[in-house]
Structure formats: C-alpha cells, structure tokens
Design a protein. Structure first.
Length: 221
C-alpha cells in the first residue's frame, strides 16, 4: 500500500471525503492542494527532499478565481508531474465521463485509474487505490468501456472527418455529397447516418450540437 499520497482537488467537501476514504487505508502521509500549481510545488519539494509522493489523485477541472495559475487543469498537472517523476501512480477522480478523454488519459498520459465522482464513488476510489497499489489499472463501471478493444468502439480518421463536416454546419445529405465529390468511401447516406448515431452514443451526446461540443472539448476538431 502507498505511504505518501498527494490529492489535488479544489472543492472542500470532496477533499474531506477523499481524505476520510484514504484514512481508512492507514496511509501515513496524505497532503492536499486546491490549486494545480500548489500541487506541483508540493511534488517538486517532496522530490527535492528525497521523499517523493507515490500516488497523485487529481480532479480534471479546477474553478478559476483571483489567483493566476500556470497549470489550470488536472490533466496539465498530471502531465507536468509525470514528466518530472515518470514512476508516480496517477488516479483521476472526476465528474467527467467522456470515453474518448478517458481513453486518451490512459493511452497517451499513462494514468493508472479513472474514478467517476458519484454517490458511491468513495468506495470506488478505495478499490482503485488498492488495485493501483498492486500494479493494476482500474476504471469506474461508467467508463470501463473506454478501454474496450471492440472494433465498433474505435474512433478512426473517417469519424473525425464526419465530425469536422458536422462542425461546419453540413447536414448529412450535404456530407454524403461532399464525400462523393472527394471520392471518399463509404459515402452513402445510410452509412453516414449510422456512423453519426454511433458517435452520439460514444460521446454521450443528445444531438449533433452536443456531439460537436463534446468533440471540441476533447480537441478532436
């Protein structure tokens, strides 16, 4: 089990809950930071003192206030800390449940667990800590499919192209015509309708506008 953990979370009530959950695991040192810059500073000092943190638990979103920050999100924070300390374990604890972002955090930034905040999320967080301490990865049930190997869950260049055309205000008939003009296949209206429907499910979008907003949030378009 971990003996030194850093929590980056800007909400007092959530901080208290996480601290209580970790206390049950009898972790010797648990430090907290409400700003990403402060968390990075604590991590740097710990390394300088030859007593680095073994685990970072961080939210993704941090509310802006009067303090100007160099690191403004949990993703920026974990990237920075892992650059300086590649072996640190990272658990993301967030309300966000966008599958593509979860996938990117695992595949690109090598996080170890992703826990969705909710009614029973503290119990899920304890499970994640235990799993990560044993060298395993962990995902909340809500986002477990993010690392699925199923072909129909893959987002490819064709899907990104559809998202870009939708973001330009094209309807599905216009997209089909555009693809035919550029000799891109498949370009049938029925295929486009099916792919757009799949993307809405994948990104948990209610409509095309919501779909484009989610794709932009993830930096896909």
């Amino acid at each position: 089990m971990f003996t030194k953990v850093l929590i980056a979370e800007d909400m007092d009530d959530i901080n208290t809950g996480v601290l209580t959950a970790l206390s049950e695991l009898e972790i010797a040192t648990i430090d907290q930071a409400q700003y990403c810059d402060d968390a990075d500073l604590k991590a740097r000092k710990a390394r300088k003192d030859n007593a680095p943190y073994q685990l970072l638990i961080t939210d993704l979103s941090f509310k802006e206030d009067h303090r100007k920050q160099q690191l403004t999100s949990g993703e920026e924070l974990l990237i920075k800390i892992k650059e300086d300390q590649p072996d640190i374990k990272v658990i993301v604890y967030s309300v966000e449940d966008k599958l593509q972002r979860v996938r990117r955090l695992f595949n690109k930034h090598k996080i170890d667990a992703y826990v969705c905040k909710g009614r029973k999320s503290l119990k899920e967080l304890i499970k994640a800590i235990k799993a990560v301490s044993n060298g395993k990865t962990h995902l909340s049930p809500e986002v477990k499919i993010a690392l699925s190997n199923k072909k129909n869950m893959e987002i490819d260049d064709y899907d990104i192209g559809l998202l870009k055309l939708l973001s330009q205000g094209m309807n599905q008939d216009e997209i089909a015509e555009d693809l035919r003009e550029r000799s891109i296949s498949p370009n049938s209206l029925s295929t486009i309708e099916k792919r757009v429907s799949k993307l809405k499910i994948y990104f948990k979008a209610n409509n095309a506008v919501h779909l484009i907003a989610n794709a932009k949030d993830l930096g896909l378009i």
